[in-house]
Ligand binder design. Structure first.
Ligand code: ADP
Ligand code: ADP
Length: 224
């Protein structure tokens, strides 16, 4: 991932907010990078753009060597579905769907057949040690269990990149460390991870910390 002079401005009637102010950095394939910074510094905005959920207003974003900055929603969705997995602070599971159905969703979106989906989903749930709960609904699970389902959902399409937004923010430290171990394992298998967190403990699992302030990068610390 290569972003250069990335700019994002939120315009409302009375106010223009510069959320990203010529932000530049690079993340190599296989890296595990943490983004830190105070509330309002642009972290969520950045993750939305990196995840191709939103467009920037200027600059360059190269994903896998491909300039994606001007892509429309359809083209962004195409890259997103094939390459990117998301893990959120509040798990973002759908309460009306079972554990299995939640984890299956990314594969439904790419149009995989039912029997193929079953095998992949069960394997992912098994890896996350939550397969025994596949017919339960999210509200029947503890927070740590829900996040393991969310990680399974993030990995079923074998993404090159996982974007994690405060993945341990709603977990106690034991469950949080368990989720960080899972992310580390995925990273060891080659998945690139970019994580936003307020937790210095979580950041220690990564290779590098990018610290932001007011939409800019202020410092970079290598941890390896
Ligand atoms: P962080 O995730 O670091 O807390 P955000 O990316 O959410 O920061 O926000 C960066 C800045 O952009 C903040 O000043 C925030 O108020 C503003 N912002 C975020 N989303 C919107 C929006 N949809 N409309 C207007 N301003 C926004
Ligand atoms: P925590 O310690 O994280 O708060 P809970 O007390 O919510 O955990 O849950 C303890 C165990 O009971 C977990 O394994 C959870 O999956 C299970 N559990 C909680 N609520 C339900 C429910 N409504 N139906 C089935 N299992 C449940």
């Amino acid at each position: 991932i290569q972003i250069t002079d990335l700019k994002k401005i939120y315009k409302t009637e009375e106010l223009h907010t510069i959320a990203l102010n010529d932000l530049s950095f690079e993340v190599k394939q296989g890296e595990f990078v943490t983004i830190m910074g105070p509330s309002g510094c642009g972290k969520s905005t950045l993750l939305n753009i990196l995840g191709l959920l939103d467009n920037a207003d200027g600059g360059s974003y190269k994903f896998n060597g491909e300039e994606v900055i001007h892509y429309n929603e359809r083209k962004r969705a195409d890259i997103r579905k094939k390459n990117i997995g998301f893990v959120f602070q509040n798990f973002n599971l759908i309460d009306q769907l079972t554990v299995f159905e939640n984890a299956e969703l990314p594969l439904v979106y790419v149009g995989l057949k039912k029997d193929q989906r079953k095998q992949i989903v069960e394997e992912a749930l098994d890896k996350m040690q939550i397969l025994h709960r596949k017919n339960h609904f999210p509200q029947q699970l503890s927070g740590g269990q829900q996040q393991r389902v969310a990680v399974a959902r993030a990995v079923v399409n074998n993404p090159k990149l996982i974007l994690a937004d405060e993945p341990t923010g709603n977990l106690d430290s034991a469950n949080g460390n368990e989720v960080m171990d899972l992310l580390t394992e995925l990273n060891n298998q080659g998945t690139t991870i970019i994580m936003v967190t307020h937790s210095e403990n979580d950041a220690k699992y990564s290779h590098r910390i990018i610290r932001m302030l007011d939409g800019k990068k202020v410092i970079e610390n290598s941890l390896v």
